[in-house]
Design a protein around this ligand. Structure first.
Ligand code: AMP
Ligand code: GLY
Length: 422
């Protein structure tokens, strides 16, 4: 079979790399992909506009695509999965209506309340003055969030009222996140440790993937601005068996059932961002897709086939499906461009030293291939990912791989995995 992956990040490189390992897969296409997918065996890039559904459909027919996996949220939120499914093309990714769980914070918060899913208290505003007025009545710190998609950057933690006023101003008045900020959610600040819980969901069936933990802040020790994620590791010891059960019982199953009730049964990766404290969990957000960078360390641990798993979900055969994971630990360190998550320079030539390291893989993210050279083309540029018998060894192997990559302005966190090791 031939597979099409939509997207261009580190997540999509990992999805393509894993799909290409399947013996039943002849060719993987990535739209638009990056330098890493271009250089991967059995994988080629294709530059189509994923907002143009007919063009994607035409490509799928032309190349006899047997499975489409949609990586990022944006095409899901505008309905690419619905469209391709309606044309009879096997597509792994939720419908436009189910993707609202990520596409609108107000939608997801209202959904949590309706289905009794634990989350922080909140209020949602379309009006700047009403939102300002609300700031008089709450405790600090507080969290101000743009309602719509903002590439993980539309969340501002405000330690006092002045910060919150500034946040509202930048979202409502300066339009820092464009129309994603036409509404704002003001939410209680939650304390605790974060974890990512990602599952494959197909209507009323859920198969949890290996657990993981991301590192959202740009700086060591979780200091500084929030990013899309600076590194991740798997498994995450914070998700003990009892927490795992609680997440399924209090979050994942109620969500799945709620979506069925709303006539939006889910198909795809479902990602709950959680805050855990003293054995209690609260949902920070839902994503309607696999995490980036969580995908990279998680897929490095996957022994069984990703394509088979997605097809089992699409054909409603998850019941008897068993995923095979290596018991090894995995760690992925993001190498970013200086300045990220704010402005940064691109078009730097990358030099990668040859390496032969078992269980290590350098996933590309913001790279492109030009004149036979790898050039930087984004804020997060690589995710150096490696296995180890324990997290400490996986971390050491991942940082050894980081040393093989050089470009002007490269930076990375030095402490990915620290909470798991502690
Ligand atoms: P979100 O996109 O809603 O997950 O927010 C992005 C990041 O902001 C989360 O991963 C947390 O680190 C932080 N965050 C979001 N909501 C809260 C909250 N209510 N309390 C504390 N931190 C939060
Ligand atoms: N790593 C966080 C995300 O994918 O949203």
């Amino acid at each position: 079979m031939n597979v099409l992956i939509i997207g261009s990040g580190g997540r999509e490189h990992a999805l393509a790399w894993k799909s290409a390992q399947d013996k039943d897969v002849q060719q993987v296409y990535v739209c638009p992909g990056n330098a890493g997918t271009h250089l991967e065996n059995k994988v080629s890039n294709i530059n189509l506009d994923s907002n143009n559904f007919e063009v994607i459909e035409g490509f799928c027919i032309d190349k006899a695509i047997g499975l489409v996996i949609i990586g990022p949220e944006q095409p899901l939120v505008i309905g690419l999965s619905d469209y391709l499914q309606s044309k009879g093309i096997n597509t792994f990714g939720p419908s436009k209506s189910a993707a609202q769980l990520e596409g609108s914070k107000t939608f997801s918060k209202d959904f949590f309340v309706k289905y009794n899913i634990p989350t922080a208290g909140y209020k949602s505003f379309k009006n700047y003055d009403l939102a300002l007025n609300h700031l008089e009545k709450i405790n600090y710190p507080t969290v101000v969030k743009a309602d719509g998609l903002a590439a993980g950057k539309g969340v501002i933690i405000c330690s006092n009222k002045d910060d919150a006023v500034e946040a509202l101003h930048s979202i409502f008045k300066d339009k820092a996140f464009g129309s994603a900020g036409n509404r704002v959610v003001i939410e209680d600040f939650l304390d605790g440790e974060e974890a990512s819980f990602i599952a494959v969901v197909s209507k009323d069936k859920i198969i949890p993937l290996a657990t993981s933990q991301d590192h959202k802040a740009v700086g060591d020790g979780d200091i500084g601005l929030n990013t899309g994620g600076m590194g991740a590791y798997s498994p995450a010891p914070i998700i003990t068996d009892s927490i795992n059960k609680k997440i399924l019982d209090e979050v994942m199953y109620p969500t799945m059932r709620g979506l069925i009730k709303e006539n939006s049964p889910y198909l795809g990766f479902l990602y709950a961002g959680l805050m855990i404290k003293d054995g209690e969990i609260k949902v920070l957000e839902f994503n309607c897709r696999f995490g980036d960078p969580e995908t990279q360390p998680i897929l490095l641990r996957l022994n069984s086939s990703l394509v088979e798993l997605c097809m089992a979900a699409i054909t409603d055969n998850l019941d008897s499906y068993i995923i095979d994971w290596t018991p090894k630990h995995s760690c992925g360190v993001v190498i970013a461009s200086d300045g990220y998550p704010q402005s940064y320079e691109s078009n730097k030539e990358v030099n990668i030293e040859e390496y032969a390291m078992d269980g290590a893989k350098l996933f590309h993210a913001g790279t492109k291939f030009e004149n036979k050279k790898i050039i930087t083309h984004g804020g997060r540029v690589f995710c150096a990912t490696a296995l180890g018998d324990n997290l400490k060894e996986a971390q050491k192997n991942a940082y050894n791989l980081v040393q093989k990559v050089n470009f002007d302005g490269a930076f990375y966190r030095k402490d990915i995995g620290f909470k798991g090791i502690k």
